[in-house]
Design a binder for this molecule. Structure first.
Ligand SMILES: Cc1cc2nc3c(=O)[nH]c(=O)nc-3n(C[C@H](O)[C@H](O)[C@H](O)COP(=O)(O)O)c2cc1C
Ligand code: SF4
Length: 489
């Protein structure tokens, strides 16, 4: 597929045309024909279950900005972003952004860090979010704000943007090669894992004391929590069997429960982790193809480095283990789950479907709507199987102008409990609020998936919507990004 073959959603004249387009692609994405505004809107229905009363179905995904200070405190940019989270009107703010539990576990030198030196500023983040939220919705009733806790594992770069310092659980035949890791590169020892688990306990206790409503024990996107799930080849207590691969989660949860009784816990789960993709090395019609293809894996079957995929075809979904994982969450009394898929590093088209690739990506190997449908289908199947869990879905931004129609249908049909906004929240945070309020939609603010918010941090710049947000457009960073794009992409 060429990106030229992909129909641009911004050019479709109305929702009927979009529905016809979905039919032509044979995609089962639910889509209502009109938006219901006001109290009758499915997106405005509160959800009460167990100890939770969440005021509506609009949710905000964690979105980090690579813009904290070197010591891990939020900067003015970070505050700006958290204000947007609040302004969205979403009553479920899932984590704000990835916050490292220790310095060595930071994904970049500008990632937020949960430690005594940053606690007051982290508390302020929550406070400004709440204030903005009240301005949009009139009250903070039913607002649930979490903090996403993470260790970046294989993707640690705590000291220099240009210096990876991976902390790995096992040798991955494809990802080790990408990171130039030699076969004797040391694995995290069980004792080091125990110390990281204690860091999670400390960070969660701090979040509880600061008034956050829950913590997310991040299990996605290639970072450490996720790497445990695919640690089939790791020996010892934290790998191998399902029990071994989920021991990290159970020990984190156990410690939090004893330090902060009653504090809520959520998990952002990567339900589908297919084989890594790269730019097609074979020449295309013009002698060069930038299209994404799966890395060759035939010599690696059965494939033992994925999760939620078939071992004999690691490009295809198999929800057996994710279902087992959700069953475990239920047993642990964890109700809050956020389903996601893929990795921003090695198969971004799965994780954040986009028309335009980031600088280190590749042209879409499929219509990005297929990626949206894949995540929606997995989320729907898991929700059906676990009706008592509070399930949030991801990867809706590519739907652009039609996002509200799809979001409303998905919630109305019970395919998902909360619709999470990722990239859209950087450009047009109030999109679903405006739609469900009956306000005029501001089309100029709709994210068109240009991917600059990914390209910028890949090149050591803060993330943000460079094309549509004036704050970045005219800035020194914006000029730097333009120079970089002209030279490299
Ligand atoms: C700039 C940027 C930062 C992100 N930061 C995080 C993060 O801190 N934690 C996380 O779990 N996901 C993060 N994501 C992934 C998003 O939460 C979301 O899953 C993804 O963008 C797909 O949703 P969308 O289609 O609504 O953008 C990030 C994505 C982008 C583009
Ligand atoms: S840079 Fe802006 S328009 Fe592009 S994907 Fe990110 S949020 Fe969307």
């Amino acid at each position: 597929m060429n990106s030229g073959d992909i129909v641009r959603l911004g050019g479709l004249k109305d929702v009927g045309t979009f529905q016809a387009h979905l039919r032509a692609l044979d995609l089962k994405i639910p889509c209502d024909s009109r938006i219901v505004a006001g109290a009758q809107s499915p997106l405005r229905a509160p959800l009460v279950r167990g100890p939770f009363k969440i005021g509506n179905r609009i949710a905000v995904q964690p979105m980090e900005g690579w813009d904290a200070t070197r010591d891990g405190a939020p900067s003015e940019n970070t505050f700006r972003r958290w204000k947007k989270f609040g302004r969205s009107g979403g009553k479920l703010v899932w984590g704000g952004e990835a916050v490292a539990v220790c310095h060595e576990g930071r994904a970049n030198p500008n990632q937020l860090l949960a430690c005594p030196a940053t606690r007051d500023r982290l508390a302020e983040l929550r406070a400004v979010l709440r204030q903005e939220h009240i301005q949009t919705t009139g009250s903070d009733d039913g607002l649930l704000v979490g903090l996403q806790l993470t260790h970046s594992g294989r993707y640690c770069r705590p000291n220099e943007h240009s210096r990876p310092e991976p902390r790995i659980l096992y040798h991955h035949p494809l990802l080790d090669r990408r990171l130039n890791l030699p076969p004797d590169y040391p694995l995290l020892a069980d004792g080091e894992i125990e110390s990281i688990i204690e860091d999670f306990h400390r960070a969660a206790l701090m979040a509880w004391q600061l008034g956050f409503d829950f913590v997310d024990i991040k299990h996605c996107h290639g970072y450490l929590g996720h790497e445990f799930l695919s640690a089939h080849t790791r020996r010892g207590r934290y790998g191998g069997t399902f029990e071994g691969r989920t021991r990290f989660l159970r020990e984190v949860v156990q410690g939090i429960r004893s330090l902060a009784p009653g504090f809520h816990i959520g998990v952002r789960l990567l339900a589908i982790d297919p084989v890594p993709f790269h730019r097609d090395p074979s020449p295309g019609c013009n002698g060069k193809s930038n299209r994404g293809v799966a890395e060759p894996y035939n010599d690696l079957l059965p494939y033992r480095w994925g999760f939620g995929v078939k071992q004999m075809d690691p490009t295809d979904t198999d929800l057996g283990e994710p279902e087992r994982f959700l069953s475990l969450l239920e047993q642990l009394g964890i109700l809050l789950v956020n389903i996601t898929a893929g990795s921003p590093y090695y198969n971004p088209h799965i994780q954040r479907p986009a028309l335009y690739p980031p600088s280190d990506g590749y042209l879409p190997p499929e219509d990005p709507l297929v990626g949206v449908a894949r995540q929606m289908a997995a989320t729907r199947d898991l929700k059906r199987r676990f009706p008592n869990l509070l399930v949030m879905g991801s990867a809706y931004t590519y739907l652009q102008d039609f996002l509200p129609y799809v979001a409303q249908a998905a919630v109305r049909e019970g395919l998902v409990d909360f619709v999470g906004l990722g990239r859209m929240v950087l450009t047009y945070p109030e999109f679903l609020w405006d739609a469900s309020e009956g306000n005029e939609i501001q089309r100029k603010r709709v994210c068109r998936t240009f991917s600059d918010c990914t390209t910028a941090p890949r090149n050591g710049l803060p993330s943000g919507c460079y094309p549509l947000d004036d704050y970045y457009k005219g800035s020194d960073w914006g000029n730097e990004l333009n120079v970089l794009k002209r030279g490299r992409i």
